[in-house]
Every structure is written in structure tokens, then in C-alpha cells.
Write a protein of this length. Sequence first.
Length: 311
Amino acid sequence: MIPPLLWDAVVFSCLLTMLSTGLTLTYMTTKVPNFAHGTFATIGAYITLTIVSLFKLTPYLSIIPSFFIGGLIALALYFLVLKPLLARGASYLVLMIATIAYDMILFSGINIYADYLNRAFKVRTRLFILKSYDLRLFGQPGLAIVAPIAAGVMVLSLYLLLNKTRFGIGMRAAIENPSLAGVVGINVNLMYAFSWFVSGALAGVAGSFIPLWLMSNPDMGARLIVSIFAASIVGGLTSIYGAFIGGILTGMAEILGTGYLSLTLGTWVAPYRPIIPLAILVVTLMLAPQGLASLNWGALFRRVSARGSAA
């Protein structure tokens, strides 16, 4: 029997990998940290609430609308905000502030929609959880099986896309050297737009799963963004696969660390859970500013083996 705390850690880590991979993908294109990324996930959570409460359908049907709506909202940020600013030569600081402004607009819209659902349909739209609507698979909550599968499918799909298709190779070229990619005929704007769409889509799908496991609220994105950035920075903001590893490490440390400290020191520790990803972020920036993906693991293993042999 797997302990519930370990299930919590596995599920949260898988959801965090989807979010951190999306954030890394957009950073690789425009070099702008997207502070609205967590709110993309919040939108997915409210789509699930709508599917369950209004249409009385299984929450997993929200995956499709969350995928497309999340992608379109991220695409709108790129086309309507970031691309015009980039064309005017805006600095990265201005672009970062623009994502914060976009996040505030989305947050306001979510609150308006939550109030509408509550008043028109008497649906609980704040501090809600939908665990009771989840399926049971192999004696476990459905999300405990679905979340790892979704994370695995995401990584495999991105690997096949980026390494086995001409479109993916073109996208990598556009990300690594947009000027040269444009010279050889690659549509850089299309590649960037696709990257932003995929990023928002991953966030929307991850967000659609969250109410099945965690308490959800309109400010959920603001609470998630610290963990998302920590996971992306741990893995390296220029490596999609590093973001996946960073999500697993950060998510496991956050859940297991909070659980262990709560058992040791008392439940008063739980509200201070965001300190763990913040601490991980600070340590990573101090020891490996470019993330785990930038380290020469072969040299490190050889050095450790040599010291072990000498001892």
C-alpha cells in the first residue's frame, strides 16, 4: 500500500512538470519570464468546475477545452502584448511587467466568472475541491494514475516532435538562432506562436487536473507560480527535459518536505510550504545558476568515482 503522502508527492510533481515545461518553452522563445503562467492553470481548474457542476460530466472531459482555451489565451499574450512590444524594441523588464499586467487582467476575469457561477447557479467557486468526482482505478484515485501518464505522454510527445519531425527541428532552430533560421526560410513567428500555444495548453491541462487533488481558488496561479519558477530554474530555463526533472525534484521536495516537517514540528508548518521551493530556487541560483541541465554530469560522476577509488 503506497502511503497517501507519497501519492500526493507523485501527483503534484507530475502536474508541476507540465507547468514548468510550458514555462521553459516560452522562456526559450522570447527570453521573458511569464508571470501569467500560473493563472493559465487556474483557468483550466475553472473549466473543470464548469464541466462538473453545470454539465454534470466526468471531470476528465475538461482536458480538451482546457488544452485549447489555455493555448489560445497564451497565444493572445504573445500576439497582442509581447510581439508588439518586441517590435517596438521593449526591454525584457518591460515585457516581464507586461506579463504581470496580463496576469492581473486574467485574475480579474476569473473572479468575475466565479461570482457569476456562484450567483447564477449556486456553485461553490472559491476554496473548492472535486475529489469526490474523480474515478477509481486499481483501487486508487484516478488522477494518481492519469497524472503520471499525462506527464509521460507530454515528455514523449515533445521529444518526438522536437527530434523526429521537420517542424520540430525547425522550431529548435528558431529558438536557438532566430536570425539564421529566418535566413534559411523557417517561419520564426509561426514557431514562436506554436511554442506559446503548447505552453498555455500544457498549463490548461495541468490546471484541469488540480481541483481533483488540491483545493482551488481564483488566486491559485499566484500560489503556484513560485513552485513553477523554482522547478524551471532547477532544471535550467533553456532545457525542456531539465524542466521535467526540475518539476519532479521540486514537487517531491515540496510535498515530502512539508509532510515530514508537519509530522516533526506540528501542522503549523503547512502554511509555510512555499518556503521550500523558494529555498530550492535560491540554492540552485547560488550553486548552479544555469540549472541542472548546464552541469557536466559525466565529469562530476568521474570526479566522484575517482575520489571513491582513492578513499
